[in-house]
Design a binder for this molecule. Structure first.
Ligand SMILES: *Cc1c(COP(=O)(O)O)cnc(C)c1O
Length: 385
């Protein structure tokens, strides 16, 4: 099925969101027809409905929809009282938003290294970095894998720190029977279109077992409005609300999330069987039940291998080529720390096509092309293409 009538192999898209949405077009049409009919474009019934359903799905006591995942993280930190003068420990291997949110809350991100096997935050590195100004730790569940929450819970409890989950890439992932988003003090989710649970635009949410904390986030995200009197503003917040239309879309997609995640798991199983030697799957023995937001491998000569994928029409990505501690945006005038595991991995990681509808044939095609590329470049004396 991966060959065209001409006999030329077809390309494989990294992710085809138009196709994902075309499959549920009827339900999406019904969802926004409902919003058009009632006319409550801000704070309509779909928002409360989604918040209730998502809290239940995650196993949290409450959920507040917000405008995006970055705001979700920032508002959690602010609602926890983390701000000026505080340091927040953040794994350096994450999307920059994790660190931006810390700065937006008025605190300072302090970057720590990750573990070689799964490239997730290393609890030992967190422990070593705790200092007098440390107020919180962000556990980033990168690539849909779950960070070592049990170890981080022990650590943060012992040191009296807040534990916040960045679950932007881990909707539905589980560890020890708990879903991402139900541990620690609170969790932040993003519904950016490409995430496992994605909207048709920006969206985000905060979940927590602490309903009071969720209420504080909800208030901050709605101009600090007093829930009993909308003209009284007890605190200065801002506008970071989840749109009714996006909530309507998210309710449709949430119903499918477990099936979609199961389909991603099958795609990864197929990759696991077919990937050539010299192409190491990151998180080969994952803890818990990951949801494979990204399928990441480590290869030698990544630039050459990715050029071969491009030539074959295969989509790929790098998450992330520059660790946060090396980003100019977070330079503080002192030399960046040495975080060797993340630095070495950043030169070798490559994200492969994966969606709930990636077919066996597509995985076979990607694995074939990778096998030829990795074989060609294993002997470093051979020239690049
Ligand atoms: C996507 C993402 C965010 C930010 O979410 P937005 O909705 O794009 O603001 C934060 N952290 C991680 C790990 C992400 O992948």
């Amino acid at each position: 099925m991966t060959t065209l009538a001409t006999g030329r192999p077809q390309g494989v898209p990294f992710l085809d969101l138009r196709d994902e949405h075309a499959r549920i077009r009827g339900e999406l049409d019904a969802a926004w027809a409902g919003v058009l009919a009632h006319g409550h474009y801000i704070g309509g019934p779909e928002v409360a409905g989604f918040e209730r359903e998502f809290a239940e799905y995650v196993g949290a006591a409450a959920c507040a929809g917000v405008a995006n995942g970055t705001d979700a993280l920032e508002l959690v930190l602010r609602a926890l009282g983390v701000g000026r003068g505080d340091e927040v420990l953040v794994p350096t291997n994450t999307f920059v938003a994790t660190a931006e949110a810390v700065l937006a809350a008025g605190a300072t991100p302090r970057f720590v290294d990750v573990r070689p096997g799964d490239l997730l935050v290393d609890p030992a590195a967190v422990e070593a970095a705790i200092g007098p100004r440390t107020a919180a730790v962000v556990a980033v569940h990168l690539f849909g894998q779950v960070a070592d929450v049990p170890a981080l819970e022990v650590l943060t409890r012992r040191h009296g720190l807040a534990l916040v989950e960045d679950a932007a890439q881990a909707h539905g992932a589980r560890l020890g029977g708990h879903r991402a988003g139900s541990a620690g003090h609170a969790a932040a989710f993003s519904f950016y279109p490409g995430k496992n649970l994605g909207a048709l635009g920006d969206g985000g949410a905060v979940t927590s077992t602490d309903t009071g904390l969720v209420e504080r986030v909800r208030r901050l995200a709605d101009h600090g409005r007093d829930p009993r009197d909308r003209h009284v503003h007890q605190v200065s917040g801002r506008n970071s609300r989840l749109d009714t239309l996006q909530a309507a879309v998210l309710r449709v997609r949430l119903r499918r999330l477990d099936d979609d995640n199961a389909a991603r798991r099958r795609v990864v199983e197929r990759y696991r069987e077919l990937l050539p030697d010299g192409c190491r799957l990151v998180g080969l023995e994952p803890r818990g039940e990951p949801v494979h937001h990204l399928v990441v491998v480590e290869v030698d000569r990544r630039e050459d291998v990715s050029a071969v994928l491009t030539a074959a029409g295969i989509g790929w990505g790098i998450h992330y080529p520059v660790p946060c501690h090396r980003q100019p945006a977070f330079a503080d005038g002192t030399p960046p720390p040495s975080l060797p595991v993340a630095e070495a991995a950043a030169r070798r990681i490559l994200s492969l096509p994966c969606s709930p509808h990636t077919t066996d044939e597509q995985v076979e095609r990607v694995a074939d092309v990778l096998a030829s590329a990795v074989g060609r470049f294993r002997d470093h004396s051979l020239p690049a293409p």
